[in-house]
Design a protein around this ligand. Structure first.
Ligand SMILES: NC(=O)c1ccc[n+]([C@@H]2O[C@H](COP(=O)([O-])OP(=O)(O)OC[C@H]3O[C@@H](n4cnc5c(N)ncnc54)[C@H](O)[C@@H]3O)[C@@H](O)[C@H]2O)c1
Length: 335
């Protein structure tokens, strides 16, 4: 069907079967002419230059080289870039927006597993599961006296930092539970917080009143050590800090101090640096649940990102705007 517009994959070829398994590839190929055996892992080879000449839709993903003005010069028919992953910041040059290309990503789909991980962590933290599990394994014995006063997920306060895609999804997923949710986000007004069903507070208040604080803001100069040494001292004794955002948002050394003093708990999917050096206390401390940056999409979750991009392609071919369009003016405040 020659009437379908031409698309080109530009990503690490090893990711393609997981992002676009046969069922998705079939759906995609009904929309566009795309050759799954021609995958651009670099843009300077003759076959890729030839493919770029007629490409209208560039379907990118992890491992795609930067899309510079030079790459765009080689793709005069290009209408849109659809990124089958989260952030486009490291990938796209300003020229992509200057040339009026429509740009979208699967960050919304990638938010789903991060929010699921976070909600699991919130509920386990509330139930003191991490500590009780370790204690049970160490002693092979349990009495009800070991359950701390106040344990449980009835009436706890959860503080969400950032009404980001992930932050909002966490708020949505928490709705059926008997929890109070408060939120800090300088870009959100009280009316929006009301629609989300949460109480908008300043950062200090959030840290003071929350049993669990979960960090979901993007990493940028404004959020560097947003939860710094001073802020950590505001957290309640026995509270839990969850960070699935980026290590730079939290002062790691100051956090280690509170953890070594057994004052706080932490669930950390991201750290700075990542991984931590061999001697870091974060590897050993019993009140830390450390995971290797796995909250985002892996395994079968990758196909959700592919499906999200196919949905975006359907929209644009239908003459509708992308549901997850990324404007140049968004770049300062998004991940
Ligand atoms: N652990 C993982 O595997 C994983 C996967 C995906 C994303 N992430 C991280 O999760 C975080 C959220 O990602 P996202 O895609 O939901 O972000 P996003 O792009 O949707 O976030 C943008 C929003 O964050 C809020 N925000 C901006 N600056 C803020 C500030 N100073 N304080 C509070 N809120 C602020 C604003 O509402 C803004 O609109 C990012 O740090 C991202 O890098 C981690």
């Amino acid at each position: 069907m020659a009437d379908r517009p031409a698309a080109l994959f530009a990503l690490g070829a090893q990711h393609l079967p997981d992002l676009y398994p046969p069922r998705s590839m079939h759906r995609l190929q009904r929309l566009v002419r795309v050759d799954q055996t021609v995958v651009a892992e670099r843009f300077d080879t003759d076959d890729i230059r030839a493919a770029l000449a007629s490409t209208e839709f560039l379907i990118t993903g992890w491992g795609c080289p930067p899309i510079t003005a030079d790459v765009l010069d080689a793709a005069p028919q290009l209408r849109a870039i659809l990124h089958t992953a989260g952030s486009v910041k490291a990938l796209l040059s300003p020229a992509c927006w200057e040339r009026g290309l429509a740009i979208t990503s699967a960050a919304a789909a990638n938010a789903v597993p991060v929010a699921e991980y976070t909600v699991a962590a919130i509920l386990f933290a509330g139930k003191d599961v991490f500590r009780l599990r370790d204690q049970y394994h160490a002693t092979r014995h349990f009495t009800l006296a070991e359950v701390r006063r106040g344990v449980g997920n009835y009436g706890r306060t959860i503080g969400v930092i950032g009404a980001s895609r992930i932050g909002r999804r966490v708020i949505e997923l928490l709705r059926p539970f008997d929890l109070e949710v408060c939120m800090f986000d300088p870009y959100v007004d009280a009316a929006t917080a009301g629609e989300l069903g949460v109480r908008l507070v300043d950062l200090d208040t959030l840290l003071r009143i929350s049993d669990v604080v979960s960090v979901h803001a993007p990493a940028n100069p404004q959020t560097d050590r947003l939860v710094g040494a001073e802020q950590l001292t505001l957290m309640r004794d026995g509270a839990t800090l969850i960070n699935t955002a980026r290590g730079s948002l939290v002062d790691t050394d100051a956090l280690i101090g509170h953890l070594e003093a057994s004052r706080l708990y932490a669930v950390l999917d991201v750290t700075e640096p990542e991984p931590q050096p061999a001697g870091s206390p974060l590897w050993e401390l019993p009140n830390v649940f450390l995971t290797p940056h796995i909250a985002g999409s892996h395994g079968n979750e990758l196909a959700r990102m592919g499906d999200c991009i196919i949905g975006e392609l359907e929209r644009i071919l239908d003459g509708r705007p992308f549901a997850h369009a990324i404007a140049a003016s968004d770049l300062d405040r998004v991940a």
